[in-house]
Design a protein. Structure first.
Length: 318
């Protein structure tokens, strides 16, 4: 059963065999306690010293999985001395964070763009009559002073919206099995969305996916993400003050999203418009059979995917 699920995820690639050095503990550069007021500034100083050119979401696909994993984990290994928790002291990041109710259910946090849906902001697939959009999403755009992306993708589509009440529309493709996935996941988990998209756009998409507001229990947006040098966003799960990280899982198509808690993440291939995609079904099988009964989701993830071990090996090779 375990080997079958690993194959479904394209995880049976033994990428860890690239690295042969013994495991080394991740160094802790934050041994001394500092005044709380200086934490955010310290994070900014630490992050400013690192230059990473992240892989785009289109690089994460089944045919390129090995290379994507090797490169992103190499990038993340450079971040182990950075205390992302310091960035969470930014009031803007804390804005709108819900206090989750105490529950026996584990928490399943889902990414939105290229995990559940794809929004065709670039109109790349507009002329494809054989594979039409599943819906046209309309939303009001806030005024922007500079070029801005509203979805969580690599494309910039809006420059200087003149009217804060301008209504924009975008065609979306819905990943195969989304509705069934959400309904079934709710039987086992407390389900929410954590997206790097802006609120106005994300709310419109989520309302389409869950019109009765019963399946998605909470929402976090771009302002709740940690922006790392305008290169990529990190979703630090410690943003929730009252949860046990042994009971939290994040399903995302970007490895960078769970850089702060690598073993709380499940990487899923990026979705665009493939009608034969079965990744959500594969993910659900793994979630129900292995994550749901686990005492500590991090231990189960490490046993399957070895992300932490690969990072430790990369550090020891330096």
């Amino acid at each position: 059963m375990k080997s079958n699920i690993k194959k479904l995820f394209q995880k049976s690639l033994n990428i860890e065999s690239i690295f042969n050095e013994s495991e080394k503990s991740i160094p802790n550069s934050n041994e001394r306690q500092r005044p709380k007021s200086s934490h955010l500034e310290e994070f900014k100083q630490q992050s400013s010293s690192i230059c990473i050119f992240p892989l785009g979401i289109r690089e994460n696909h089944s045919g390129n999985y090995s290379k994507y994993l090797e490169t992103t984990l190499t990038h993340i290994s450079q971040l182990q001395h950075i205390n992302f928790e310091y960035a969470l002291e930014d009031p803007k990041i804390q804005e709108g964070v819900p206090k989750l109710p105490l529950s026996n259910k584990k928490i399943l946090i889902l990414d939105l763009d290229e995990t559940l849906i794809h929004a065709d902001f670039d109109e790349e697939f507009l002329g494809d009559k054989s594979n039409k959009y599943d819906a046209i999403i309309k939303f009001k755009a806030k005024k922007q002073d500079t070029e801005e992306t509203y979805g969580d993708n690599d494309s910039t589509w809006c420059s200087g919206v003149e009217d804060e009440d301008d209504i924009h529309s975008v065609g979306i493709f819905v990943r195969k099995g989304v509705n069934e996935f959400l309904k079934e996941a709710n039987k086992y988990f407390y389900v929410g969305i954590f997206t790097a998209s802006v609120k106005e756009y994300a709310d419109a998409v989520i309302s389409f996916l869950d019109p009765e507001n019963k399946l998605i229990k909470f929402r976090l947006y771009r302002n709740n993400c940690i922006n790392f040098n305008d290169s990529f966003t990190v979703k630090d799960l410690r943003i929730f003050k009252n949860i046990d990280l042994r009971k939290v899982i994040l399903l995302d198509n970007s490895m960078y999203s769970f850089a702060a808690q690598i073993n709380n993440g499940i990487l899923i291939n990026s979705f665009f418009n493939d009608r034969n995609d079965s990744e959500l079904n594969n993910a659900l099988e793994y979630l129900i059979n292995y994550i749901y009964p686990a005492d500590d989701v991090r231990e189960v993830n490490e046993e399957f995917f070895n992300f932490k071990q690969i990072i430790n090996d990369l550090i020891s090779c330096k």
